[in-house]
Each structure stands twice: as structure tokens, then as C-alpha cells.
Design a protein around this ligand. Structure first.
Ligand code: ARG
Length: 572
């Protein structure tokens, strides 16, 4: 559609002989809500000021004799120019283009020579990977895929929360109550147990009759201080905890098909912070407030950004500033994207401002992409206790339920387990990404898993349907293609919108644009499938075109699936 839109915009500009760019007109073109009003429409009131003419007259003057290869006809109605695309052009130009470009169809040419760094997922080590991490993980990875598709060089960074006083607590707890075997066997769960236990011991738990023991907190702090000073024994335990946690996270990443280019976590930046703190001090930006060092941001309507605690230790923003400088020096990014819950929006706004005040020229290349909260069937998820819904449990449950549905629907399917995994995980991902990211989501499992609704299983099933049709017959892409029914035309028009959909998703950092588009394609394909005989078509040219259309739908669905971590399921 993008090239068609461009052709149309060029022709309009040519007719207007006004100081308007093709891009201006492209932006003005709308998709009418009703097909009777055309495939595209130009609301001419938007031009009346520039052209000093009435919209009705402008529309009429463009419509008269309007001729572009991709346009069937243009009508002037009530100050609108309604444009109807040419089915011949769709069949002869768009369809072959989809088939020819294949995996690359729909890729906008935006990022050549540019680098994007994406910071996402980034769990806090030794804490469980819970449903709250779903957002940063799948939105972050989708944004990476979208940028890669558009030609950017992408660096996916998992900025592990692998440093901080919690490790002092864990080491203390481990020495008190743990042993190597039980931790090896229990993995991250055993670490979580230790963490919960020591927190309970420090603050006491009346219900369980545990008295508070603040001395343990001092002990924990001392252990962490030892780590900071390079104590090898503590560092070895810490490294082991990090590895154990990573091994667990990687299981979830594997299920999602996610890989990171870097796992440099918070610990990596410990020795990179003093230089930034010094720079802040030299620039006169640091203020001492109650013993702590802060950057005052009152002028910008924000609370101060905390740089050093009273005891001189660094904080979350300090580390983010040092990490951003390191990443700029290492990757020379054109854009650095951070995906976190909206709860961290202030944190990012604050340190982005500090980076700007420090005079770093990359300050305007930092982008925070926030997302809303997740609850399950109405229940908000706790995060600070051991009582959370783990992502792996959510996935297992979905996989189990899908396996049961498949057992009923298609018991003889080969490779059942793998497919159930792809569909179960896909269902969660698709459901999650169907919403605008900033919206708070209430997860209803039955809705996510339904094969009939606007769900992952439904679109994956549609993809499998295209594969099944194509496995039964061959087609000749070089034979003349022509469309004969409204369903064929509608499907191809929908496919032609892929590239601009990808652009929109990138511009707005919004993977839900892609999920919605996938539903449009699946809907258009299924209407075509139900109303147009494909394999049994009597006319061989019609059959050939319909097979080509099926292949084009498969290509676009597959390309779009890759953008949102959805597995391409050839059979379900
Ligand atoms: N580890 C943090 C958390 O779980 C998220 C890190 C986000 N990235 C960043 N550069 N601050 O809350």
C-alpha cells in the first residue's frame, strides 16, 4: 500500500501545483470507514487553506481525469476525493511483489547504517521471573524484531539486576540455612526461599512467631560490602547465584525464541560510575541534601534524582547513567530504547534529564517505552514476596490446556508436544500484545486460549491452514494473475498495508499494531477461504491465482508472526 499511496500522493501533488510535499499528502490520505467511500480518501478541507479554495472544488478538480496505474477511479463527494484501487494493479503488481520478496516483504527501509540498543527483560537475579516480566520481555523483543526488519543493526541487552544489598542478604542466608546440594537442586526457587526467609528473619513475622532480628541486616550489609571490595569467596557464591538464575531465565527465553546480544548487568557498571559522579560534581550539578548527593530537578517539575546515598553508595539512576555512557561509547547508538513498567517512568524521565544537563549529546536519543500492569482474573500480582505467578507456570498451564484441546481436535497430529508448546506460549504472547501496551491488562486464560476468538491459536491455526492448502497443490507465480471476487481483492488490499503497518508500529513503539494487523489478515484470509474455492476451482487460472494469494497470505502472516515472538505453526 505504501508505494500505491505514494503514487497516488505524487499524482495529487502534480495536479495541485501548490507548495505541498508528497509526504504531506500521504499523511492526509485516510482509510474510509466504509468501502463504498473508496479504499483511500483525501479530505480536501485540509487543503482549502493552502489552496484558498473550497473543498468541494478542490476534490472535483483533482477527480477530473485523475489517472494513476493503481487507481481504478476517483470520485469527488462532499469535499472528499474518494479513491478506488484497481484490482488489475493489485493482481499484477502487488501480488507478484509479495511472492517475490517473501521474507523481506513489508520491510521498511528505515534503519540502514543505524544502530538501536534495546534494554529489556532485565530481571533481578535470584528473584523469580514472574508475569510482570512478560511485558518488558515480549514488547522489548518485538521492538527489536521490528527494528531489525526495518534494517537497523540491533543490540538486545539484558541488563540483569545482578548487584545490590540483596546479595548480602542471600549470602548471609545461604551460610545460615543453605547448602550447595539443596541450592543446586532447587535452583532459583531455593534462592527465593532463602531470600524470603532472611527478610522474615530481619523484620520478624508475628503470625509465625518470629521475632525481628535487625542484626542480621547489618550482617547482610557487611557481606555485600565485602563483595564490593572484591572478596573472592563472596563473589564466587554471587557468580554461582547469577548463573543459576540465568539458566532458569533462559528456559523461558528459549520458549519465546528470544536471544540477547549482551547480558551485561548492573554489576558491570560498578567501576564506571565514579567517573560520571565526578563529571556531575565538576559540572556543579550535585547538591548535598541531608548527606545524600542529588541533582535538583525542581525546575523541570520533577523530584531530585538521587546519585549517592548518605554512605556514599551509588543508586539505580547512577548506574543507568554510567551504562548509557558505556553503551554510547561501545555501540554508538542512534537510539537507545528501555522497556519497563510505567512505574519506572519517573526514574527514566529523571536520569534522561540528568544526562542532558551533563551535556551528553545522546540525551535526545534515549527512549523510555512504558507498559501497564498485569493481573490475572482480577487479582493483582504481588512482587516482593515469594507468592507470585511465575511466567514458566503460566506457560506450562497454557501448554497443558492447549495439549488437551488438541488431543480432542486432532489426536493423530505428529509432534504434538512441540506444537502445543508453540500454541500455548503463543496464546499468552498474542493475548498480551493485543492490547495497547500502556493499558493495564487482566489476564483471562480461557479467552487467551480460545481457538475461535481474536487469539493466538486462531491466527496460528489460520497460518497452518495456508500451509495445508499449499501442501496440496503447486502454482505458477509467472502465469497471469487476475482477481475475480471481492474476497480476493479485500485480502490483497489488506496484505498491501503491511509495510505501513510496520512503520506505524516502529513509530509508536507499539507491537499491538502488528497483532491487530495479523487479525485483519487472518480475517480477510478466512473470508476468502470460506467463500472462494481454491483447490477445487474449475478454471485453472482462477485456481492458480487463489493459490498465489494463499501463498502471499502465508508470507505476510509469517513475517508478522516473527515480529511479535509468535511461532509459525505449519500444522495444528
Ligand atoms: N532490573 C530492573 C527491574 O526489574 C529493570 C531494569 C530496566 N533497565 C534499566 N536500564 N533500568 O525493575
Amino acid at each position: 500500500m505504501l508505494t500505491m499511496k505514494k503514487m497516488i500522493a505524487e499524482a495529487i501533488v502534480e495536479r495541485l501545483s501548490a507548495a505541498l510535499s508528497v509526504e504531506d499528502v500521504e499523511r492526509m490520505l485516510e482509510y474510509p470507514p466504509d468501502a463504498k467511500m473508496g479504499d483511500l480518501a483525501l479530505p480536501c478541507f485540509k487543503l482549502s487553506k493552502i489552496l484558498r479554495n473550497a473543498p468541494v472544488k478542490i476534490a472535483a478538480s483533482i477527480a477530473e481525469g485523475f489517472s494513476v496505474p493503481c487507481v481504478d477511479r476517483a470520485e469527488a463527494v462532499n469535499g472528499y476525493l474518494n479513491i478506488f484501487l484497481s484490482p488489475e494493479y493489485l493482481a499484477k503488481a502487488v501480488l507478484p511483489e509479495v511472492l517475490e520478496k517473501g521474507d523481506a516483504y513489508g520491510a521498511p527501509d528505515l534503519g540502514k547504517g543505524k544502530t538501536v540498543v534495546l534494554d529489556y527483560s532485565s530481571p533481578n537475579v535470584a528473584k523469580p521471573f514472574h508475569i510482570g516480566h512478560l511485558g518488558t520481555t515480549v514488547i522489548g523483543h518485538s521492538l527489536k524484531k521490528l527494528h531489525e526488519f526495518a534494517g537497523y543493526k540491533c543490540v538486545g541487552i539484558n541488563y540483569l539486576g545482578d548487584w545490590g544489598t540483596q546479595f548480602g542478604k542471600l549470602i548471609t542466608a545461604y551460610r545460615l540455612w543453605g547448602n550447595r546440594e539443596s541450592i543446586e537442586a532447587g535452583g532459583i526457587d531455593a534462592l527465593v526461599d532463602l531470600y524470603v526467609r532472611i527478610n522474615n528473619a530481619i523484620s520478624g513475622n508475628e503470625a509465625e512467631g518470629i521475632p525481628a532480628n535487625p542484626a542480621l541486616a547489618d550482617e547482610a550489609r557487611a557481606e555485600f560490602l565485602k563483595m564490593e571490595q572484591g572478596d573472592e569467596e563472596n563473589l564466587a557464591i554471587w557468580r554461582w547465584f547469577v548463573d543459576l538464575s540465568l539458566a532458569e531465565y533462559k528456559k523461558t527465553y528459549d520458549q519465546l525464541g528470544i536471544e540477547f546480544d549482551s547480558y551485561k548487568g548492573e554489576s558491570f557498571y560498578t567501576d564506571k560510575m565514579p567517573a560520571e559522579v565526578q563529571k556531575l560534581r565538576d559540572a556543579g550539578l550535585l547538591k548535598i541534601d541531608d548527606g545524600a548527593s542529588i541533582v535538583d530537578l525542581e525546575e523541570y517539575g520533577m523530584p531530585p534524582c538521587l546519585i549517592l546515598k548518605r554512605d556514599g553508595s551509588t543508586l539505580y539512576p547512577t548506574r543507568d547513567i554510567a551504562a548509557a555512557v558505556y553503551r554510547k561509547n561501545t555501540y554508538d547508538f542512534d537510539k537507545a530504547i528501555y522497556v519497563t513498567s510505567a512505574g519506572q517512568s519517573l526514574h527514566f524521565a529523571q536520569w534522561f534529564k540528568v544526562v542532558e544537563l551533563m551535556g551528553y549529546d545522546f540525551a535526545d536519543k534515549l527512549v523510555h517505552v512504558p507498559y501497564g500492569t498485569v493481573s490475572i482474573n482480577g487479582a493483582k500480582l504481588a512482587t516482593r514476596t515469594g507468592n507470585v505467578i511465575l511466567l514458566r507456570d503460566l506457560f506450562s498451564l497454557a501448554i497443558e490446556k492447549v495439549a488437551a484441546i488438541m488431543e480432542e481436535k486432532n489426536p493423530n497430529l505428529a509432534d504434538k508436544e512441540k506444537i502445543a508448546e508453540a500454541v500455548g506460549v503463543g496464546a499468552i504472547v498474542f493475548y498480551y500484545l493485543s492490547n495497547n501496551r500502556i493499558r493495564d491488562i487482566n489476564f483471562v486464560m480461557e479467552d487467551a486460549l480460545s481457538f475461535d476468538g481474536n487469539t493466538g491459536p486462531y491466527v496460528q491455526y489460520t497460518y497452518a491452514r495456508t500451509c495445508s492448502v499449499l501442501s496440496k497443490a503447486e502454482f505458477d507465480a509467472s502465469a497471469p494473475l487476475s482477481l475475480s471476487t471481492p474476497e480476493e481483492i479485500e485480502l490483497l488490499k489488506t496484505l498491501s498495508c503491511f509495510e505501513e503497518t510496520v512503520r506505524e508500529a516502529i513509530d509508536t513503539y507499539e507491537p499491538s499494531v502488528i497483532t491487530r494487523y495479523i487479525l485483519d489478515v487472518a480475517g480477510a484470509f478466512n473470508r476468502f477461504y470460506h467463500n472462494c474455492t481454491i483447490l477445487g476451482a474449475e478454471d485453472s487460472a482462477v485456481k492458480n491465482t487463489r493459490l498465489a494469494l494463499t501463498a502471499a497470505a502465508k508470507t505476510v502472516l509469517g513475517n508478522a508472526f516473527s515480529l511479535i515472538c509468535l511461532a509459525k505453526t505449519e500444522k495444528i
